[in-house]
Structure formats: C-alpha cells, structure tokens
Write a protein that binds this ligand. Structure first.
Ligand SMILES: Nc1ncnc2c1ncn2[C@@H]1O[C@H](COP(=O)(O)OP(=O)(O)OP(=O)(O)O)[C@@H](O)[C@H]1O
Length: 715
C-alpha cells in the first residue's frame, strides 16, 4: 500500500479510530482561496507529544465552541424576511437544514487531519490547515478553524507526497475515540518513508457494527482521484472485492454536491444499488458527510417492481440491446394507414385532404421525434394543410385558426385513428402476444427461435392484467422514453453495475442523459445471465463516454482469504489480475469438512459471537430458513437478512444471493458446492461470498468443495 508515515509517529495508549495515508502528484489547489485555512494554528508545537496532544485538543475545543456559535447564529435567523408564504416556507426549510447540518456529533471528530506548510511557503497557503467533515470558522473574525475535506485546497491532505509535497512539509493524522482526540501520527513530506500508517490500519481493522462508515479520513490517493473527478466526467471503476468502490462512489457524490451544490440541487443526484438490504447498509454514509438530500434506489424502485419471474435465458434475451430496435419498430407500427382523408367544415366551406395526403404527412413525421410529440405535430400539420386550402380560397387565417383546426373533432378523430395514443404497456403487450407484430418488428434483428422464446406461452387477457417481469420493466421504460422523454438527473452513481442488462443500463443512461455517471463494479462478481463482459460495453449502453480506472488494493479482505477466493478468478474472469490486500491476515482462513453441518454451523456461530464485531453466516438461499431455525433452536440470537430488510443483529443469516456489497468481521460460508450449483454463474456467486470477511473466514462443508477451490489448506 502507498504509505510512509513517520517522524514523530507517535500514539497515545488508547485505540485511535481515524487516520489516513499518503499521496502522489496533483494539480495546485483551484479557486476558493480562503476556505477553511487556518493561518495561525499551533505552529510552534511543543516537542513533547503529550504537549502536542494538549495543543491539538485545545484546537478541537475551540473548533467545537465555534461550531456551536455558528449553529446559534443559524438558529437565530428568521424566515420572516421572505415576501410571501411560499418563500417563507422554503426559507424556513433551508434554515432548518442549515441548523441540522451544523449539529456537532459528539462521536465524530470535527477534524481528522492537519497539514503544515513549508517555511517560506508561497502564495495563499496558510501555515496550518485542519481538515474535517465540514467547514468551521470563528464567527468573530471569520477565521477558518477547520476546512471541509472537499474544498480544493484540502486535496493536498489526500494527495501531497514526497514526490510532490504541494507546498506542505508535514501531514498529521489524528486518532479519535468517541469524539475525543487520543493520538496523532506525523508523516514528513520530504522523501522519508516509514511504512504503512497505523491509524489507517486500525481504521480498517476496526470491528464492523451497524451500517457502512465513511472513509473520509483515510481516502487513498488513487481513490481521491476518482472522488474529485469533475462533474462532466463519467468515471467507471473496476475493482476487486473490498477495494473501496462503493465508498468511493458515495464520497464522489458528496464531493460533487459540495463543488456544484446549486446545479445539483436542481438536477439531483441518485445512488443506484442492487437491493434494499444493500441500500440500508450504505444509507448512513452520505448523512454522515452532511448530505441528506441524495436519493438512493434499486433498479426495481426506478423501473417498477417485477410481478413475475421468468427463465434466465428469456430474461437475458429481453435484456439484450437488440431489443431497443425491436421496440422502436413495434412502437412505430402502431401508426396506421388512414381509412379515409380529412373533411373539415367551417361555416358553409368544406376543406378536404385526400387519404394519400394524410398518409404522406404521417410518413414524413414517423420516427423523426418522440411518439407523443409526433402525434401533436401530426395534428398541427393536418391543420396547416387545411389552412393552405383556406388561403387558396382567398381567406387569411392566422395561427389561432390553425390551433382551432388542430383541436377540431374531425382532426382529432383522424389523429386517433392514424396516430393513436398508446401506452408502453399496450405496445409491449401486443409485441409479446402477437406473433405477426413480433415477426415484423424483429425481422433481421432476432432469430426465429429468439422470437419464439419471447412470445408468451399463455398470453394475458389484456395489458392491464399482464404480470411484468424485471426484464419487461426495462422494456417498458425504453418504450416510455420512445413515447415521451425521460427527465435526466445531474449525476448518478451506479453500484454493482456489472450485473445490469444492456436494457437496464439504457434505462439508467436516460436518467443521466444530460448529466454524468459514476459506474462501479467488478466483472468477476457478475452473477446474472446478462452480466457485462467489458466496461466499454457498459458505458456504451449507458450512453456515456467515460474513463475506466482500476482500484487494486483491497481494504476489506485479509490477504490469505483473498488469495483463496482468487483461485476462482481464472474460471470466472480470466482477464482480471488477482487482487492484493492491505493486510496479510495469515490465520484469517479456516476450511473444514464436517460430518454434521447444522451442528457445526451452530458451534461456529457461537465461537464467532465470542469475538468482537459482526458475524455473517452466508448460506445457500435454500438453506437460509433451516439454519435460522437451527440457531433459534439452539438459543443463538440472530437475524435473517431479507431483500427488503437491513441488518440489526450482530449475527445475521445471509442468503448467498444477498451478500453482494456487504461485509462482516467474521464470515462463515456454508456448503460452497451448493452455492455454486444453485445458479448458472454460481462460481461468481461463491467468489462474492468468500470475499465478505474483514477479519476471519470459516468455510464449512460436508460435500466436497468445488474443484476450482481445490488444494485448500484444510485445518
Ligand atoms: N481508504 C480507505 N480507508 C479505510 N477504509 C476503506 C478505504 N477504502 C475502503 N475502505 C473500507 O473497505 C471496505 C470495503 O469497501 P467497499 O465496500 O467500498 O468496497 P467495494 O470495492 O465496493 O467491495 P465489493 O466489490 O466487495 O462490494 C469498507 O469497509 C470500506 O469502509
């Protein structure tokens, strides 16, 4: 790992719980010159470390007092200055948000790092800056006491290093316990290297309880580069398990909201995750970073929950990008030939358009714009032709007359007949139940067997009673967009993106069509029948030009466990390099064959509960209820993770298909062979479940292990 802490490198006896490491080159700080810079921090700190700590604690106390004053000031502001009721409500809610944002959370340190400038520093650099989760200034003099980590100049805290100290001579990281400053660790930026930061190591090894934590104090240089990429840039991150992809995506959202607050407040930011359990797990990170207005959703939340399932091969076919063309054609097939022309009567005058003229107008508009707009344009063009006839007869009609004609009954009737109003559901219903329509729409795009696979065996009675599958939902979304444009957000973060079908990616792409995206995933963890094979493909379906970058250093999984799981890589993602871990964790892995699985699981769960931290008992889905029952029977307290429920208990029974993205201090994986056998990409599923552990992984099996895991160091 990239690190070289040092010099005074000193800690107090208590356990610290926050820290960070080192840096490569970076651009000089941009704009925002004064924000959060302390020109007069404790520069001449005493050499004695207790005295250093005392001085830093004094700065913490001063910062806390200043934050309290900032909050009091915000609280004293009144919304009464607003001119009307609506503005007052709006202003009140802004002020409430401001007051809430300024609350001091006693367990969260106000700053976690400090930078000291080189003597003879140039330009605007302050002598000292403290970096924290939010900006704190001294109200009286406006003197910045703590700088928001997202401010441009704070980038040096994450990026300055010996190769490019960026004008700074030393980085100091702080260890905290329960909001109290307990330790510090100094890193000179002069080329000396002293090995990994112990504050970072302890942060990573800190037991996991409850939801995911932010990593703001320990963001690594390569992660920081992704976090601070510009708003217009779409970034795609390939990363092995535990390399911090999710963490980086969330911090990027927080960074963008800080750097482009007004713009994104209008257009919105959305986090898309694989299921509710995952969203519950990550839900605390953005609020901890002060961002409470970010929507989090699953693809089902966005597109509509499925009401039925279907075979994986049919779902994969429906998820194929070729379906976009089939749908486009199916929609435009809804336009019909006019049965007769148009007869418009005004007073005693009659104006007639022949059916071939109507046909030509429809043909000239067909496919040139969205269906609903085309319908409106068709009415206007018909009306315009009637106006031309009026003019030929010496009348001088104006625009209002054209509107009247467009809204007249004969024109409306003709429009309804030729260019009928349709819904996405009606069109998809017809496509999946009408072999003729499907044949015409899929000609040259899908093979006959594919068409046959798409058709419903037993069609529903109507589009209203149809039970749509998850794949259908993406098709409906595509149709909806062909009918009427989907509004775009400013930025979306898509996690576990490797699992999305081309049609789902297109649906997400529409939601950032005028914005940008952060795309996160791991090709080796693709568990769907339509999992992506390359990130270029994913970006293409998303409709975004983006840079693909890779995170390679694992923060979660101990080396021994990662190496074990990596045995599967040649079988599931041959192109990917084996991941590296920050920690060796030599005794982190145990693999045991047992005669009685249920008994061994209960005993192992008990053992794990004696240790500190969370315990994930990851089992084949079909075994989840039975293991939960066995634990209940043995009186072992536990919870059972469901698709819509978050965790809460220290020991959780986790069905294998829900483990993605989650982590536990101690993981017990039960019967790998059955996990593999349960689904077509079962080996990838096994790779996912084997890489959830922070401290220890115990694999229990009665059946032989899958061959791909062979040569295991059994104990
Ligand atoms: N710079 C960091 N400092 C401290 N902890 C970190 C850092 N980066 C990541 N982590 C921790 O590592 C763990 C894994 O991170 P995260 O879940 O974001 O990884 P991931 O790449 O999304 O994993 P997966 O592919 O398995 O879902 C988390 O506990 C996270 O807090």
């Amino acid at each position: 790992m990239p690190a070289d802490p040092t010099a005074v490198a000193r800690e107090s006896p208590e356990e610290p719980d926050t820290g960070e490491t080192e840096p490569p080159p970076a651009e000089p700080p941009q704009a925002e010159p004064q924000d959060g810079l302390s020109q007069d921090g404790p520069q001449d700190e005493p050499a004695d470390s207790e005295a250093v700590l005392a001085a830093e604690r004094a700065h913490l106390a001063e910062s806390r007092a200043a934050l309290r004053r900032m909050r009091e000031t915000a609280r004293s502001l009144s919304a009464d200055v607003a001119a009307d009721w609506v503005s007052r409500q709006y202003l009140e809610s802004l002020l409430d948000q401001r007051v809430a944002a300024l609350a001091d959370q006693p367990d969260t340190p106000l700053f976690f790092g400090r930078m000291d400038a080189r003597d003879g520093r140039g330009g605007d650099l302050p002598a000292t800056m403290y970096v924290g989760r939010r900006h704190v200034h001294d109200g009286d003099e406006g003197r910045p006491l703590v700088l928001d980590w997202r401010a441009p100049v704070a980038r040096a805290f994450y990026r300055a290093g010996s190769a490019d100290p960026m004008g700074w001579r030393r980085r100091r990281r702080f260890g905290f316990q329960g909001g109290e400053l307990t330790a510090y660790e100094d890193e000179p930026l002069d080329g000396r290297s002293l090995g990994p930061s112990s504050i970072l190591t302890r942060e990573i090894e800190r037991p996991r309880t409850g939801p995911m934590r932010d990593i703001v104090a320990t963001i690594q240089p390569d992660q920081d580069e992704i976090v601070r990429a510009g708003l217009p840039d779409t970034v795609c991150v390939q990363g092995a398990p535990g390399t911090g992809k999710t963490a980086v995506g969330l911090h990027r959202a927080a960074y963008l909201l800080f750097a482009h607050r007004e713009r994104l407040a209008r257009s919105g930011v959305l986090i898309v995750g694989p299921n509710r359990a995952f969203l519950a797990y990550i839900s605390a990170v953005l609020p901890a970073l002060g961002e409470i207005r970010v929507d989090q959703a699953t693809v089902d939340d966005l597109l509509g929950a499925p009401a039925a399932g279907e075979p994986a091969d049919v779902a994969a076919l429906k998820g194929d990008a070729r379906m976009a063309e089939v749908l486009r054609r199916a929609l435009w097939r809804q336009i019909r030939k006019p049965e007769e022309g148009l007869l418009y009567t005004r007073g005693v005058s009659r104006f007639r358009l022949a059916d071939h003229e109507v046909r030509e107008i429809a043909a000239s508009l067909r496919g040139t714009m969205r269906y609903a707009n085309g319908r409106a344009a068709f009415a206007q063009r018909l009306a315009h032709q009637v106006l031309v006839l009026m003019e030929r007869r010496g009348e001088a009609p104006d625009d209002r007359v054209q509107d009247q004609v467009a809204r007249s009954r004969p024109v409306k009737q003709l429009v309804d007949q030729v260019w009928p109003k349709v819904t996405a559901e009606q069109v998809l219903y017809r496509l999946l139940s009408d072999a003729d329509l499907l044949r015409t729409a899929a000609k040259g795009v899908l093979g006959e067997d594919e068409q046959a696979a798409l058709l419903w065996r037993k069609p529903y009675r109507s589009h209203r009673s149809a039970k749509w599958t998850a794949a259908d939902r993406a098709l409906l979304d595509e149709l909806n967009d062909l009918i009427e444009r989907t509004p775009s957000l400013g930025h979306i973060v898509v996690d576990e993106a490797q699992d999305l079908s081309a049609m789902q990616l297109r649906a997400l792409g529409r939601r950032c069509a005028t914005g940008s995206a952060t795309v996160l995933g791991d090709l080796a963890q693709g568990t769907t029948a339509w999992s992506a094979r390359s990130w270029d493909e994913v970006l293409r379906h998303l409709g975004q030009d983006g840079q693909v970058t890779e995170l390679t250093l694992g923060f979660r999984v101990p080396g021994a466990v990662l190496d074990y799981a990596a045995r599967l890589l040649p079988h599931i993602a041959p192109g990917l390099a084996a991941p590296r871990s920050l920690r060796a964790g030599t005794d982190a892995l145990t693999v045991r064959q047992v005669p009685d699985l249920a008994e061994a699981v209960v005993a192992e769960a008990r053992r794990a509960l004696e240790r500190e931290g969370s315990v994930g008992l990851i089992v084949p889905d079909a075994m989840a209820a039975a293991h939960a029952e066995a634990l209940a029977g043995a009186g072992v307290p536990h919870g059972l993770l469901g698709p819509d429920t978050g965790d809460g208990d220290r020991l959780l029974v986790v069905p294998a298909t829900l483990a993605k993205g989650l982590e536990y201090d101690h993981v017990i994986v039960v019967e790998p062979a059955e996990i593999v056998a349960a689904e077509p990409r079962g080996l990838a599923r096994l790779y996912v479940v084997l890489t959830r552990a922070v401290t220890s992984l115990t694999v229990l099996h009665r059946d032989p292990l899958p061959g791909e895991l062979d040569a295991v160091p059994s104990r």
